[in-house]
Design a protein around this ligand. Structure first.
Ligand SMILES: CCCCCCCCCCCCCCCCCCCCCCCCCCCC(=O)SCCNC(=O)CCNC(=O)[C@H](O)C(C)(C)COP(=O)(O)OP(=O)(O)OC[C@H]1O[C@@H](n2cnc3c(N)ncnc32)[C@H](O)[C@@H]1OP(=O)(O)O
Ligand SMILES: NC(=O)C1=CN([C@@H]2O[C@H](COP(=O)(O)OP(=O)(O)OC[C@H]3O[C@@H](n4cnc5c(N)ncnc54)[C@H](OP(=O)(O)O)[C@@H]3O)[C@@H](O)[C@H]2O)C=CC1
Length: 489
């Protein structure tokens, strides 16, 4: 919406399907977005943007999306382009819910679109990981072993226990219900698109903005953002990842630019078949998780997060044994000790719960950070050459120009400013806090060493001998030092 109004302020209206949430009405939700820093530039070119965004109450889990008759009539008669991006993105969602949102709702939306006389294009947002069971992925829709229609039907009569049982068999070699249902969604789009002009966009891992409307903007915890917070606050100390695996991140503004360009191309050129566009970075400008991780850590040195639990110092592990070891030593043990301290001081323990959640998240993302994929980008490159030089500039989605180190630094800064809402003025205090944590760390380690040593001395003659040897050596050294300094004087 932001980019559309910034580049096309004469646009008549954007209908946005929204559900009320967390005690906010849909208007309040939309106005909260419009009143954010994100929309500041838009308001300069389109001051009445509030009037041009029409929030329609809709819940994609309901029949006909629970849209009122009047709203439905308005939508059907006025819409020119549909951008369908609503989805459940939870990796571990129950299959019934994931199918409802990512497959059935897509089917219903296509049906709705087929009743829109003025519709020029239907743009479906999928994910580059919908076929992550393959290593090389082309810009085509791959068939699924079980037809989506059969899956939709079966969800109506199977009970939850049976669905739980068959889920692993259905998702097969995909890691979760998210990627599986996004793949089913694509098949539905291809099979049930009828005469509509359809395109499918597959972004990889969406990160903060690169350039527009300003660098580093981010507003959710998906992808790496949540883990950047966990690392910056010192909770995340080790992560099972392959440093050389390609980190296929794609900035949010790149996805937006490609999406709008695809909307234009699909509406104007009307390709005969459904085109799939990969919105990925790996084949044009690869970066790996090792480089990314190091740059994230380097940025924490310059711009630390406030009130960290421990000093940010994460590392990659590469096998099960070291992962379990570091999870026990660096994640669970400090959480247990801290909760013990909270209990002693009469407060409610919370760190173990938080750590368990983090470990669960890590186990879910492991699949994606220990493998590399190749996505072909013929359609995306074709689209780039179909744009005029001016449009190539305004709707830039050429990731070859992206400087990863600069991008990651801005990303971490964006996480601090827009997700954690921390003020830059607090950086000196955050640095002080980290120094204090470092001193506590040294003190703790020294105390731990001395206790272990004392226990060892009590039990072992060898340890005792070593101890007396060290003490007498130090004593002799000091005596010699004192004697020589007396002589010099
Ligand atoms: C050479 C050697 C070098 C060494 C260098 C050392 C380097 C050190 C590294 C340090 C730096 C680390 C940073 C980089 C790490 C990179 C890792 C990146 C991983 C990214 C992988 C993503 C793969 C994506 C592939 C598919 C792409 C898509 O199509 S998009 C969809 C992506 N979807 C998601 O991202 C959603 C994932 N989320 C979930 O599935 C669920 O939320 C969950 C299962 C993770 C958790 O579920 P749960 O029920 O427990 O919790 P929930 O109710 O959802 O939320 C509870 C609270 O937790 C908050 N939350 C939600 N999501 C996250 C999250 N991702 N991370 C953290 N926290 C999260 C949520 O807001 C809730 O908070 P409260 O409301 O306060 O309770
Ligand atoms: N983030 C990523 O890394 C990637 C994302 N994608 C795709 O991009 C799209 C957007 O994802 P992203 O922005 O990350 O995730 P979000 O969860 O932020 O966006 C999903 C949107 O769908 C809406 N939605 C979910 N359920 C319903 C419902 N029942 N009725 C109405 N609206 C609903 C949500 O609304 P609400 O705010 O009310 O919850 C939310 O705005 C998805 O299709 C996803 O598959 C693809 C590749 C990577």
């Amino acid at each position: 919406m932001e980019k559309l109004f910034r580049t096309s302020p004469d646009l008549k209206v954007i209908y946005v399907l929204v559900r009320p949430k967390q005690g906010q009405t849909l208007q309040q939700r939309v106005f909260q977005i419009l009143d954010s820093k994100l929309f500041e530039k838009v308001k300069e070119v389109c001051p009445n943007v509030h009037e041009k965004i029409r929030a329609i109450s809709a819940d994609l889990n309901q029949n006909d999306f629970a849209i009122s008759k009047e709203d439905m009539q308005e939508l059907l008669s006025h819409t020119n382009i549909v951008f369908h991006c609503a989805a459940t993105v939870r990796f571990d969602d129950h299959l019934r819910h994931a199918v409802q949102l990512n497959v059935t709702a897509t089917q219903q939306l296509l049906l709705m679109a087929s009743q829109m006389p003025k519709l020029e294009a239907f743009i479906h947002i999928s994910t580059a990981f919908s076929n992550c069971n393959l290593k090389h992925i082309d810009e085509v829709v791959y068939p699924c072993p079980v037809e989506p229609k059969k899956i939709i039907d079966s969800m109506e009569w199977l009970d939850d226990a049976i669905i739980d049982e068959i889920t692993p068999k259905l998702i097969g070699d995909r890691p979760n219900t998210y990627t599986y249902t996004k793949a089913l969604g694509e098949v539905v789009v291809q099979q049930e698109g009828g005469n509509l002009n359809i395109a499918i966009i597959r972004p990889s891992i969406v990160g903060a903005t690169w350039q527009e409307p300003f660098p580093g903007w981010v507003d959710n915890l998906n992808g790496p953002s949540g883990l950047i917070i966990a690392a910056g606050k010192g909770f995340l100390r080790s992560i099972r990842a392959t440093p050389m695996a390609v980190a296929d991140l794609i900035p949010a503004d790149t996805v937006v630019n490609l999406t709008l360009a695809v909307g234009w191309y699909t509406a104007v050129h009307r390709p005969k078949s459904t085109l799939v566009y990969h919105c990925t970075s790996g084949n044009l400008n690869p970066c790996n998780w090792g480089k990314m991780g190091l740059q994230v850590l380097a940025t924490f040195e310059k711009i630390p997060f406030e009130r960290a639990f421990r000093r940010p110092n994460a590392d990659f592990t590469t096998n099960n044994i070291t992962t379990h070891y570091w999870n026990a030593v660096s994640h669970r043990a400090p959480a247990i000790i801290y909760d013990f301290y909270l209990r002693l001081t009469g407060r409610k323990p919370r760190m173990t719960k938080l750590m368990n959640r983090l470990l669960r998240t890590l186990s879910m993302v492991e699949y994606f950070i220990n493998r590399s994929w190749e996505w072909s980008t013929y359609n995306t490159e074709m689209l780039m050459s179909a744009l005029s030089p001016e449009d190539q500039r305004v709707f830039n989605f050429d990731v070859r120009q992206l400087n990863w180190l600069e991008y990651i630094e801005n990303y971490v800064l964006g996480v601090k400013k827009y997700l954690l809402k921390e003020d830059m003025a607090g950086i000196p205090e955050a640095k002080q806090h980290l120094k204090r944590l470092r001193n506590i760390h040294y003190l703790f380690n020294t105390a731990l060493f001395l206790i272990a040593w004392r226990l060892l001395i009590a039990r072992s003659q060898v340890a005792r001998n070593v101890w007396f040897f060290i003490v007498s050596f130090c004593y002799k050294f000091l005596s010699y030092f004192r004697a020589s300094s007396t002589l010099n004087a």
